[in-house]
Every structure is written in C-alpha cells, then in structure tokens.
Ligand binder design. Structure first.
Ligand SMILES: *Cc1c(COP(=O)(O)O)cnc(C)c1O
Length: 428
C-alpha cells in the first residue's frame, strides 16, 4: 500500500494487494484454522515470536485485510475488527482498565455505550465517571485520581450531535497521563481523523456508515501508536511480562502496536467476540464507497436541515452541526472535513410525541427503523420507541424532548427526501 494514498484511494485499494495470478477481489477465507509444516513454527506463533494466523478466533486473513484498510484510513498503526461496535467499546476499555479502576466518559455517548459503561462495567468493578463540556477544567480534573485509566468521547455524539472538542479535552487528559479513546462512528475517517487531533485510540461501530448498507453488525479498534504507556507507570499490563505468552512485554516487543496486539492476543483470545470472515468481506465492500457516500450523506443532510429550519410553523428546533446557526458549527468547521457534518439531523416537532408519531407514520420514502447511518433514509422517535416507557416529564429530565425526531438522511436524491418530509408535514 502506498503510504501517500489519499483516503478515497485507500477506501478502494487499501488492505488487500493480490500477487500474480491471485484473485483480484478480497477472498473470503472461510477457515477456522491454518496449517503449518512443523510444530516448532506453531510454537513460535504461540510465543508471539513470529506473526501469522493460528486460529480464526484470534485472526483471519480476510479480516486482517479489512483491519489494515481501516488502520490506513485512520492513520493508525494497527486495527482489530470485532463482532460489534459494543464489543469494540468494551475491549477498548478492558484492555487498560481492571476491577477497582475508573475512567471518564462524556455524558453524551450513544445509549448502548452509556449502559455498558454505567451498568454492566460497574458490575465488573470498573467505575465510569460522567463529565460534560459545560463543566470547568477544574471540575473535570477533580474527577481524576490515581486509578483513572482513560477518557472516552464521541466525535459526533449520537444522537445529540455535539462535536467533541479535541483541542480542549486532549491536552487536559494528556497533562494527567490519561489516554483519550474516541468513538468515530458518525464522522468516519473520511470526515475526521481523531489521531490528527491527538486522540490515542479510535473505535467504530462499523455497522453504521462504514458498512453503509445496514447488512452487517461489526466494530473496529484502531491504535494511534503514540501514547507513552511507560511514562506514568500506570499500565503494567502493557509494560510488564505477560505470563500467558512466556513473559512477553507488549511495549518492548510490539512498540507502537503494543495496545492493539494486547487487545487481540489477550482479550480477543479470551472473550471471543470475533467477526466472521464474511462480515469482513461485506464491510470491505461498504468501505470501497465510503468516501463517495459520506459526502452525499452530508450534502443531503445539510439540505434537509435547511428545509426543516424553514418550517418554523410545525418544527420547534433543528439540530445539525453543518448549519451555520448551530452552536456546534464552529467545531464542525474546525474538526470535520470541509465542515461536512455527516447524515444525521435531529429536530423537535411542535406538539410533542403525538405529532412526531403522526409525522413519521405519514412518511413514505423514509422508513421507521431502529438503526441510523445507512444508505436509506430512516427515522426514529425515541419517545415512542426506545424510551417509550418514560412519561413526558421523565423524558425531559433525561434530556429528551417528547417531540424529538432522529432523522438519518440517506443517499437518495435530496429533492425526493425533502418532498417526502413536506408531504408528511402537510398531513399533521
Ligand atoms: C451503534 C453504535 C454503537 C454500537 O455499535 P453496534 O455495532 O450496534 O454494537 C456504538 N457507538 C455508536 C456511536 C453507535 O452509533
């Protein structure tokens, strides 16, 4: 792979380079296991002395090619694909935090991540401490103690669409020797490369724009390779011998791939949230058009957001970081490629839950689904679906307006999407 390739080229050509007479398209290696000619060779693999595939729970040639493509897109030193975005979030934290440790999380993370961190991880003895952008630096720093292992944020938060302020949080965390993990799902590496802004680890739910066709659940962890795990003496799991691999020390043997190698050889080995080779193959097909698609999602979403903003008769407020009137716009211009703000637009209907449901039921092109961020325009009202057990008062306390609609703009013709919205609004 040419190191200077631009991202659109990496999307198509990266990760897999066929040799003479080999298949032009990435083959699906549907094999759990790999043959070696001597026990000695296999033993060297088990000691992590030579690279190679042992067993598909840990690595597989099809999956590896897609990992290389995503690592190149993000500008990282290595990547590991997981069976879901949830598994990527879980492993990214467990790799450097154990029972008794704590970490900081932004309060606006995806609901599934929030539940994993605040409920399930708590049961594992790992405490997530919630911080947010409205807190002062002093307040945030006061949440840190000598057991604080990492900071976790989202580039474009799902669904509040707040943009992560890298220039504020990254130096703040690094001043305390704490690595920053960023969920880059909504931005994708086409719109934002968090490593450029100092982040240390990037994770993805590839289920969303990377796959882009709503066909496969998957995740990815990418190592930025620059965090100094040795400096504060806080990460002995990376800097002292691992007895399960005959005393290997990850930082010494694997250098700028210490984090991602440990994630694979310890956690993927033990937890087994392995992607199937076919899942990697399908993800690869999606990635080939990612650069094209995310630009179209962004330009369509901007047009939809502009249209919705003009309908003050029925719409209370519109939130889209690409709108110049958005409080997030300055950060969008700073951190997102050409200010392109991806495909999700949030808005609140006048008349609350009832009007939001009526509006959604009147749409024809846009479909009601529990999913976002794929080629087809889709729509969700949390008050009547994911949060339906809550009363209007409870919803407001949770920061969710009953008339809140999450609109995931697809790559159809923007004229047709806007016409669909216009007709649905006229049914109210
Ligand atoms: C969907 C999502 C996840 C979880 O990913 P799955 O692939 O559904 O497990 C994590 N983060 C964000 C931002 C998401 O949108």
């Amino acid at each position: 792979m040419d190191r200077n390739w631009k991202r659109a080229t990496i999307c198509v050509e990266g990760g897999y380079e066929p040799g003479n007479g080999e298949p032009r398209i990435l083959p699906i290696y549907q094999s759990t296991t790999y043959k070696y000619t001597s026990s000695e060779e296999l033993a060297a693999l088990f000691d992590l002395k030579t690279p190679g595939h042992m067993y598909t729970r840990i690595s597989n040639p099809t999956v590896e090619c897609v990992e290389k493509k995503v690592a190149a897109l993000e500008g990282g030193t290595g990547a590991m694909m997981t069976s879901s975005g949830q598994a990527a979030s879980l492993i990214s934290v467990l790799n450097i935090a154990s029972s008794g440790d704590n970490f900081l999380m932004m309060g606006n993370l995806y609901g599934g991540t929030t539940n994993l961190f605040l409920v399930t991880m708590k049961r594992m003895g790992i405490e997530a401490r919630v911080v947010n952008a409205s807190m002062s630096n002093e307040e945030i720093l006061s949440c840190i103690d000598d057991r604080t292992r990492l900071f976790f944020g989202e580039t474009i938060a799902n669904p509040s669409l707040e943009i992560f302020d890298f220039d504020r949080f990254v130096p703040l965390m690094h001043s305390r020797g704490i690595p920053v993990i960023i969920d880059n799902t909504f931005a994708t590496p086409i719109l934002c490369r968090p490593f450029r802004f100092g982040a240390d680890i990037v994770i993805h739910s590839t289920t969303k724009y990377m796959d882009g066709h709503a066909s496969v659940v998957g995740g990815m962890i990418v190592d930025g390779g620059r965090f100094d795990w040795k400096a504060g003496g806080k990460y002995p799991e990376l800097t002292t011998p691992d007895e399960s691999y005959h005393g290997v020390i990850y930082t010494e043997t694997f250098g700028d791939q210490a984090y991602i190698t440990k994630a694979r050889t310890q956690l993927m080995r033990d937890l087994g949230s392995t992607p199937q080779p076919i899942a990697a193959f399908l993800l690869n097909l999606g990635l080939e058009t990612l650069d094209l698609r995310i630009r179209r999602h962004s330009s369509n979403a901007l047009r939809v957001a502009e249209y919705l903003s003009s309908r003050t008769d029925v719409i209370e407020s519109v939130s889209y970081p690409g709108l110049p009137s958005s409080p997030e716009h300055a950060k969008a211009m700073k951190y997102l490629e050409d200010g392109m703000a991806s495909g999700v637009v949030s808005f609140s209907m006048k008349g609350g839950r009832e009007k939001a449901m009526k509006f959604m039921d009147s749409l024809h092109l846009a479909s009601i689904v529990v999913h976002v961020a794929d080629a087809r325009t889709s729509v969700l009202n949390p008050a009547s679906t994911t949060h339906r057990q809550l009363s209007d008062e409870m919803l407001r306390e949770a920061g969710i307006d009953p008339g809140f609609v999450r609109f995931s703009v697809g790559i159809e013709d923007a004229d047709d999407i806007i016409k669909d919205i216009e007709e649905a609004l006229s049914c109210l």
